[in-house]
Design a protein around this ligand. Structure first.
Ligand code: NAD
Length: 438
């Protein structure tokens, strides 16, 4: 079976590479020529563990290819995955411009049966819009080609995307009522996962679309919940990690996403929570719990700046701050909505100087904030600074040579926004130490 993935970003590239690994013929399309050229050479445009091997292997096997020729790719594929970005508009709603452009392109090109699958995260009823856009273009051409629309939301996590795609917690397939053909084709695509006994949820398209927002909004709420508790812990001298452990050991709650820190970021939670709130509002409903999660998250970032300022006795003007970690989480180069960006801007606004290091995300972050100084490693970043701040919990920051750090800094102060060090150990190493919620 030939499949075409339109949009070769984090999701499209991983989806295309993994389907080709399953043995399918895959074409990945993007309208960014430079991206396609580098992929064709086997160079990855993003940092994602395990992806380069997977891509090179499947290019060599002839099952995976990359192109900017969207028309040809549409003709070749029986299943057309839409995996373009769905960024937020100024009012929090989802900007569907890229999805519409692709849907119209499909309508302008098809003349035989296709299954058009939305993999991008889109508000409920977007697949109806996709159907409408494709049909309008078909009508314009007087073309009668039959097509199905379907929703197959993606739940992969950046940094573990390949493993998540290959061993997902579940696969969600939303099809129109009675569309057995589309359902059978999509199940066939994912057959290797069936054999692994991955749970499949076959449902209606609106339910599939909503389920993606439900999952992300819930996880974001869990993060804000523990961050809110971290404030209370700081007030009472408690330990939020112990509270989270007590909660997480309850099987009904689970321990994941209960880590207090600088708040959620990335390309999904911030925009998806806003979109869920906006979508609910359009239905005349307040999605109050998610609104609160968003508000707590914004406050949490500001609190992190205040925490750093407090660690410097209330004044950062003219002080040098080392920032370790820029990506919104470890094992990715993605800085979209990364807490580090807001924190650095907050510090620069207050007159601090920033020296930063991240193992993967420096190029983009440097363009976004040219005022900060980028360093070649953690030790260069901490040199002659008044406070060291751990913002992203990359493994290499978990085992810093503390004696060396102490030698290099002007002042031995460490603000650990990911709670990866123990207060006692830091004290022994001669540091003044601040975590989150303890
Ligand atoms: P991305 O920005 O990394 O990639 C999108 C790609 O689409 C870009 O390369 C862009 O050039 C391309 N594109 C845009 N318009 C195009 C067109 N007309 N023709 C061809 N290519 C086009 O985005 P992403 O992170 O991969 O996210 C894609 C979707 O998946 C979003 O809806 C996102 O919410 C969702 N999602 C993302 C993640 C994640 O972790 N990144 C996880 C699950 C779901």
């Amino acid at each position: 079976m030939n499949i075409t993935v339109i949009g070769t970003g984090y999701v499209g590239l991983v989806t295309g590479a993994c389907f080709s690994e399953f043995g399918l013929q895959v074409i990945c399309v993007d309208n960014l020529e430079a991206k396609i050229e580098s992929l064709t050479r086997g160079e990855m445009p993003i940092y994602e563990p395990g992806l380069d091997d997977l891509v090179s292997r499947n290019i060599r096997s002839g099952r995976l290819r990359f192109t900017t020729d969207v028309e040809d790719a549409i003709e070749q594929g029986l299943v057309l995955f839409i995996a373009v970005g769905t960024p937020p508009s100024a009012d929090g709603s989802t900007d569907l411009r890229f999805v519409e452009a692709v849907a119209r392109k499909i309508g302008q090109r098809i003349h035989s049966y296709k299954v058009i699958v939305t993999k991008s995260t889109v508000p409920v009823c977007t697949s109806d819009k996709v159907r409408g856009w494709v049909q309008e273009e078909l009508d314009e051409r007087g073309e009668k080609a039959r097509f199905s629309v379907a929703s197959n939301p993606e739940f992969l996590r950046e940094g573990a995307a390949v493993a998540d795609f290959m061993r997902p917690d579940r696969v969600v397939i939303g099809t129109e009522p009675g569309d057995d053909q589309a359902l059978a084709i999509l199940k066939d695509l994912y057959r290797p996962l069936f054999l692994n006994e991955t749970p499949f949820v076959e449902t209606s398209i609106p339910t599939a679309e909503l389920s993606k927002y439900a999952a992300n909004a819930f996880l974001a709420t869990k993060i804000s919940f523990i961050n809110e508790l971290s404030v209370l812990c700081e007030e009472i001298g408690g330990d939020v990690q112990a509270v989270a452990r007590v909660m997480g050991l309850d099987g009904r709650i689970g321990g994941k996403f209960l880590h207090a820190g600088p708040g959620f970021g990335g390309s999904c939670f911030p925009k998806d929570t806003l979109s869920a709130v906006r979508f609910a509002r359009d239905l005349g409903h307040e999605f109050s719990i998610v609104e609160a999660a968003i508000a707590v998250n914004q406050r949490q970032r500001l609190r992190m700046v205040d925490k750093i300022v407090a660690a410097l006795d209330g004044d950062v003007a003219g002080k040098a701050v080392a920032i370790l970690g820029l990506a919104f989480k470890p094992e990715t180069d993605d800085i979209r909505e990364a807490p580090a960006i807001d924190i650095i801007r907050g510090l620069l606004d207050r007159g601090a100087r920033v020296q930063a290091y991240d193992p993967a995300a420096m190029a983009e972050a440097g363009q976004m904030i040219p005022e900060m100084q980028l360093c070649k490693d953690a030790y260069e970043a901490v040199a002659d600074t008044d406070v060291v701040v751990i913002v992203t919990e990359w493994n290499e920051f978990r085992m810093l040579d503390l004696a060396r750090v102490k030698e290099l800094v002007s002042e031995p102060r460490l603000v650990d926004l990911r709670n990866i060090y123990h207060a006692d150990r830091m004290k022994e190493a001669g540091f003044l130490y601040w975590g989150v919620g303890r």
